[in-house]
Write a protein that binds this ligand. Structure first.
Ligand code: AKG
Ligand code: FE2
Length: 314
């Protein structure tokens, strides 16, 4: 059932029927519950709107899956997008680019190489070849085992952002220790899988999406179950907690989205919500290369806690 849905939404020969895809821009009450979240404290966090204004949903029959409809400010989105493209793919973080096919410079600082490349064909190759960067404990795609020998410092800003979501949603003692930043040019997919390599399988998994939209499938703990399909748009946050933590999921389709909040910059955004670093992202000269990249691409940051409470290393 999972594979059947995956193929249905992936189809390139005929445009699939999207009528069963949940759209949280216009949530259907038959399938979606509006979740009231208890806001802990009055605080907001840089790059986000106040948690009091978050639109938070649960899906009927999918316990533990929490969906927050874009809680980022437009310049907040710009900030995280620029981190994912310009900074996170830098060495010592690990990227998928193969040393037999790409220079050391590209592997160490992909964005800089992509931006300075003069040859259009090579630029295009650099753009579409970048598929993932890993942060913190590096995901080993072959063995699926994390180790202390394959680990770098997790970016503090991203750890703090994730901790803010965790605390606000009532997940205490959360610690972001591993992340995969996925880059999806339109036309690419991510096959059905579960994320079970972490020593800690109780801590929720956090997912932040930016750029063009995706169809995300969330199934059960076996591939026999028919998955729910939903659109993930720029800024949307998905939390896979409790019984959805180990469920099959996939991205069968990335497609153009009518919403591009990171480009529709609102200069009336209250100054107090910004910090200096986010303000820099408002500069159109700074933003233009990111705007170009995102025209036909999606980015997803997928964050995990690896260690159990009190565990200091693997
Ligand atoms: O791109 C997404 O929304 C999901 C990514 C994912 O499942 C993963 O990185 O494990
Ligand atoms: Fe996953």
């Amino acid at each position: 059932m999972f594979i059947k849905s995956f193929k249905f939404y992936k189809s390139k020969t005929t445009e699939p029927d999207f009528s069963e895809v949940l759209d949280f821009q216009d949530p259907n009450e038959k399938f979606v519950d509006k979740k009231r979240i208890e806001v802990k404290g009055n605080e907001s966090y840089f790059s986000l709107i106040s948690p009091k204004e978050w639109q938070c949903y649960e899906i009927k029959d999918r316990p533990g899956l929490i969906f927050i409809r874009n809680p980022f400010t437009p310049s907040g989105q710009r900030f995280w997008i620029s981190r994912c493209l310009k900074d996170y793919p830098k060495s010592p973080n690990v990227v998928n680019l193969n040393p037999k096919q790409f220079s050391k410079e590209a592997i160490n600082d992909w964005w800089n190489c992509f931006q300075t490349e003069k040859n259009d064909c090579e630029r295009k190759r650099l753009k579409v070849s970048m598929r993932w960067t890993t942060l913190g404990y590096h995901h080993d795609w072959d063995t699926k085992v994390y180790s202390e020998n394959m680990k770098n410092k997790f970016p503090q800003d991203l750890a703090d952002l994730t901790k803010f979501f965790a605390t606000t949603l009532g997940f205490e003692n959360y610690s972001a220790e591993a992340a995969i930043v996925n880059y999806y040019p339109i036309g690419t997919t991510l096959a059905g899988h579960t994320d079970h390599s972490e020593a800690n399988l109780d801590a929720p998994l956090f997912s932040f999406s930016f750029g063009q939209k995706a169809i995300f499938l969330l199934g059960g703990q076996s591939k026999d179950e028919k998955p729910s399909a939903m659109f993930l748009k720029s800024g949307d946050v998905v939390v896979m907690s409790k019984s959805s933590r180990l469920c099959y999921h996939a991205v069968p389709r990335v497609m153009s989205c009518e919403l591009e909040p990171y480009n529709n910059f609102n200069s009336n955004e209250p100054e107090e919500k910004k910090c200096k670093i986010v303000n820099d992202c408002d500069d159109e000269n700074f933003w233009t290369p990111f705007r170009h990249y995102l025209k036909d691409s999606r980015i997803n940051i997928n964050i995990r806690q690896v260690l159990n409470k009190g565990q200091l290393e693997l």
